[in-house]
Design a protein around this ligand. Sequence first.
Ligand SMILES: NC(=O)c1ccc[n+]([C@@H]2O[C@H](COP(=O)([O-])OP(=O)(O)OC[C@H]3O[C@@H](n4cnc5c(N)ncnc54)[C@H](O)[C@@H]3O)[C@@H](O)[C@H]2O)c1
Length: 352
Amino acid sequence: MSGIKVAIAGIGNLASGFVQGIQYYSKNSEENIAHPRLGGYEIKDIKIVAAFDIDERKVGKDLSEAIFAYPNKMPKVIDVPEQDVPVKMGPVLDGVAETAEDVLKVASEKECDVTEELKQSGAEMLIIATPSGAVQSCEAYAQAALNAGIGVINATPTPIARNTKWAREFRLAKLPLLGDDLQSQAGGTAFHKGLIKLLNDIGVKVADTYQLDVSGGLEGLTTLDFERRNYKRSVKEHSIKQALDYDFEVAAGTTDYLEFLGSTRIGYYWVEGKGFLGQTVKLDIQMESIDGSNGAASLTDAVRVMKIALNKVATGPLVSPAPYLFKAPPVVIPLDKTPQAFDDFITGKVLL
Ligand SMILES: NC(=O)c1ccc[n+]([C@@H]2O[C@H](COP(=O)([O-])OP(=O)(O)OC[C@H]3O[C@@H](n4cnc5c(N)ncnc54)[C@H](O)[C@@H]3O)[C@@H](O)[C@H]2O)c1
């Protein structure tokens, strides 16, 4: 089985978890992963061939060094040998939120030609892992991938796979598109949906629910920006609402940034509903996770899904595997049907 050549834009905490994950699972057992093999591919088959960022502490460095540069806080789990992949200067555009201006230091290097870099690298797909709410940057990378003739995985909340304009362009170019907004392995949104679905399945009618979210990563600081926070919130809240077939109040999104939390994200979940005889049921629960590795787990699946799509020449948005891996897929399907839809894509029962 040949390798999977991947480019990545945004060398933040998610990228750090991803690069470390590839290294880790090429040496260690298959513990703690949902899919050791997907379509015959293992995590160790993934090879990063190009990388882009805009921060002066990452641009010009080898990827193996850039993933550990501040403001990244994803813990170092494993030594990563030199990758021979220098991080190239991408287009800055709206990559720096006002709230992150003191932390993200824009490099003075000249912007590279992303399309050309992608072509030269031999990448088959581009992962977009730029900050939440950086719509222009995300679209610029999607366009560069289109120009280079490669697939796109959009980990960010920007509408690409669920945007009809981009969907049409990728279909016309006969290229696959996977997104939007990656759902982490033990992700807040997935967990929240599962909780309320469980209550609903045992007869409790959910009335109100919220998710408070505190973290110390750059993404947490970025989404303190009012507009970006509202944007991310609307994606999360819309996704949570899809879990039940009736209306209920929901609030979910970044609540605060605490530098000392590092890569740790703490989610507080609260649900109120009515059970038998209309009596109140309340649930108050906390989940703590490491952001970068949590997202990277799903990203290793997404890359292998994209490779399978390229092999079978599936073009345009991938509708069956997306709801299992992303918070804002192009087509929403009921929560309990997402694993089957994912499997149907992997086993070839459906093309898209
Ligand atoms: N658990 C996760 O990590 C997770 C889960 C789901 C979705 N996501 C999404 O993935 C994206 C990345 O998450 P993260 O935690 O790594 O964020 P991060 O803030 O740690 O990293 C973002 C990186 O993008 C870089 N950047 C900013 N503007 C850029 C530009 N124009 N071109 C290239 N690079 C640019 C920054 O310098 C930084 O290195 C976000 O949109 C986030 O919502 C992450």
